[in-house]
Design a protein around this ligand. Structure first.
Ligand code: ATP
Ligand code: MG
Length: 214
């Protein structure tokens, strides 16, 4: 059965820490595929009439071009409104089948907000969740982020992970700490500064070509 990672984010723009996080998760969890899923943001069209969403998706496509195990899905971008992980996971569950092992990848900062996600109590049992370490965001066990009564549904599996009786696992995966963020990259670009070695070369080319983040 396929083992598939879903990596959601705004990717505005995608950077090297996203790519390295996906690569370390792929290797550690023996994933066959990691699907990058750019999130819907309130639409805004640039001078060429191209939406931010199309640019964000195009940049991810360029960034992952050399890794066959990575792909990008526009499922959230095609929906007219902000999409919820619940529907995204459902979409991939339907596409991949009940036997597929789905691993939803999130950075520790993103997972720290889990209890604010739409219908999160239903979302967590739907697939495995992988919490990727991120500099400045320490998370190590369910109770660090979930209400105690819900955290109790998880039992340690002995290998550093946790599992619900329904089978869904919660895995805290330490990865190489790279303190890179899209907001810092946008700030540097606004200030006319270099983002070389923070962002893939091909993505820098795309940003320059389309005059993004000026
Ligand atoms: P922004 O500053 O705009 O929020 P970001 O760098 O956090 O951008 P996102 O698109 O918000 O990037 O993140 C997508 C996913 O990647 C999230 O789950 C986030 O936690 C994770 N992520 C982003 N940067 C890192 C990083 N440096 N280390 C680990 N995980 C990261
Ligand atoms: Mg972020």
């Amino acid at each position: 059965m396929p083992r598939v990672g879903l990596f959601g984010g705004t990717f505005n723009p995608v950077h090297l820490a996203h790519l390295r996080a996906a690569e370390e998760a792929r290797e550690a969890l023996a994933l066959d595929q990691v699907v990058f899923v750019p999130a819907h943001l309130p639409p805004h069209k640039d001078a060429e009439g191209i939406s931010d969403a199309e640019h964000r998706s195009a940049m991810v496509r360029l960034a992952i071009a050399d890794q066959d195990a990575f792909s990008v899905s526009d499922v959230e971008l095609k929906r007219p409104e902000k999409s919820y992980s619940l529907y995204t996971i459902r979409h991939f569950r339907k596409e991949l089948g009940a036997a597929a092992e789905i691993f939803f990848l999130t950075g520790a900062d993103a997972f720290a907000e889990i209890a604010t996600w739409h219908r999160w109590r239903e979302v967590l049992p739907m697939c495995h969740f992988v919490v990727l370490s991120r500099p400045g965001h320490a998370l190590a066990k369910p109770v660090d982020v979930l209400p105690a009564a819900f955290a109790e549904r998880y039992r340690p599996t002995g290998d550093g992970a946790y599992a619900m009786k329904e089978g869904a696992r919660l895995i805290f995966l330490p990865i190489t700490g790279l303190d890179i963020s899209s907001s810092d990259i946008r700030r540097r670009l606004h200030e006319g500064k270099s983002v070389w070695y923070l962002v893939p070369d091909t993505v820098i080319g795309y940003i320059e070509q389309h005059g993004l983040y000026k």
